[in-house]
Design a protein around this ligand. Structure first.
Ligand SMILES: Cc1ncc(COP(=O)(O)O)c(C=O)c1O
Length: 376
């Protein structure tokens, strides 16, 4: 009996059985143990290298004493803070356990089995995954020149299309949709389709032509749901807090599909303080922009091609399978992301870290390429 004691006996729907789960990766401590290394650095998940916003940490320390209470289920103060800071309708703001969760609300509220959801490919893996969870059909539109193919997305719309995902800047390419491109796109989308504009990396975009999704909440055209996160520029990835902003009528439906206490009191307190910590965001931007410029130069010096990015990360073309480069660098204690799971096996993705981390990354990459050139 032993070997099939855990065999699945419960009938599972095909659309669930067919899902390939998100690859989360192992904890750093476990990787270090496995590979017999220590003092490793992680430049794999586009996190903030400066740590969390200090104001957010102080606010959390204060909030700790009230942990015996349930959080404010409506997220009143955080939504009020977001509403005031960006002049947005309070009723259109929906908080999530990470902006990830708001993606799920949009799909659960508007997508029924066999409805279509148009997603750029490659982009953030969760759009496809969450669509599959409800039996919806993700329609992938390949990037063109590493950039979201808006024309291709428009051409893919059918009567069954409910949601279109756009990521600006896109992950993993860092490519940008400009203001003009976005506006011409919106002009062609019928009002029955929801546009989800994922701005997880918007704070890192340096191009002046970057549209700000908040400007399109009130416009005449299809509904836009803008996603923002505290995980990147605010350094709070571990807390899991993000939000969506949309027309209040759309938010009303997103609120119907979420549980009453989906964001915790520490997360809410930290996020309010982080929004006020502009000094931290500016320091983060400086660190990232300097880091990106340094990395571009050094990667060029190694004779490699890269994809210029508006995010805090970028793609590097490597002369061998990205997974081999990843493995080699891991053994040197430098954790980056191979792009095989994104359909780009000849690429790795790295995010900008602290200056010493960036230097170490370049040294490790040079060594990996050198060694692999001799063993491949
Ligand atoms: C494009 C994009 N959207 C959303 C997220 C998720 O962010 P959060 O931590 O707010 O769930 C990520 C995380 O890496 C991302 O790359």
């Amino acid at each position: 009996m032993g070997s099939n004691k855990y065999a699945m006996r419960i009938p599972v729907a095909d659309h669930i059985a067919g899902i390939i789960p998100y690859p989360p990766g192992k904890p750093i401590e476990e990787l270090e143990r496995e590979y017999g290394i220590h003092g490793s650095i992680k430049l794999a998940s586009n996190e903030n290298p400066l740590g969390p916003s200090p104001k957010a940490v102080a606010a959390m320390n204060q909030a700790v004493n009230r942990l015996h209470r349930y959080p404010d289920g409506s997220g009143y103060y955080l939504r009020q803070r977001i509403s005031r800071k960006f002049s947005l309708p309070f009723e259109g703001i929906v908080l999530g356990n990470g902006s990830n969760e708001v993606i799920e609300f949009a799909i659960r509220a508007f997508v029924q089995p066999d409805d279509q959801v148009i997603v750029p490919e490659p982009s953030f893996l969760l759009y496809r995954l969450v669509t599959q969870m409800v039996g919806g059909k993700p329609i992938s539109i390949p990037l063109r020149d590493f950039t979201i193919d808006l024309r291709g997305m428009l051409a893919a719309m059918t009567i069954k299309t409910r949601v279109i995902f756009l990521t600006n800047p896109n992950n993993p390419t860092g490519s940008l949709i400009t203001r003009r491109e976005f506006e011409s796109f919106l002009a062609e989308v019928p009002p029955e389709i929801l546009i989800v504009l994922d701005e997880a990396y918007i704070e890192f975009a340096r191009d002046e032509d970057t549209p700000r999704g908040f400007d399109y909440i009130h416009h005449d055209g299809p509904y836009v749901l803008v996603l923002r996160t505290f995980s990147k520029a605010y350094g709070l990835a571990g807390l899991r807090i993000g939000y969506g902003v949309t027309a209040p009528s759309v938010a009303g439906y997103l609120n119907r599909v979420h549980q009453p206490f989906n964001t915790g009191s520490l997360s809410q307190a930290a996020a309010i303080a982080a929004l006020d910590d502009e000094e931290f965001v500016v320091k983060t931007q400086q660190t990232i922009w300097e880091g990106m410029d340094y990395l571009y130069e050094e990667v060029k010096r190694l004779g490699l091609e890269y994809v210029p990015s508006q995010g805090n990360f970028f793609l590097i073309k490597v002369p061998t399978d990205g997974r081999k480069v990843f493995e080699h660098m891991l053994r040197q204690g430098v954790i980056i992301r191979p792009m095989n799971a994104y359909g780009l096996p000849g690429f790795i993705r790295v995010n900008a870290g602290l200056p010493e981390e960036n230097q170490r990354f370049i040294r490790a990459l040079a060594l990996a390429l050198d060694d692999l050139a001799h063993t491949d």
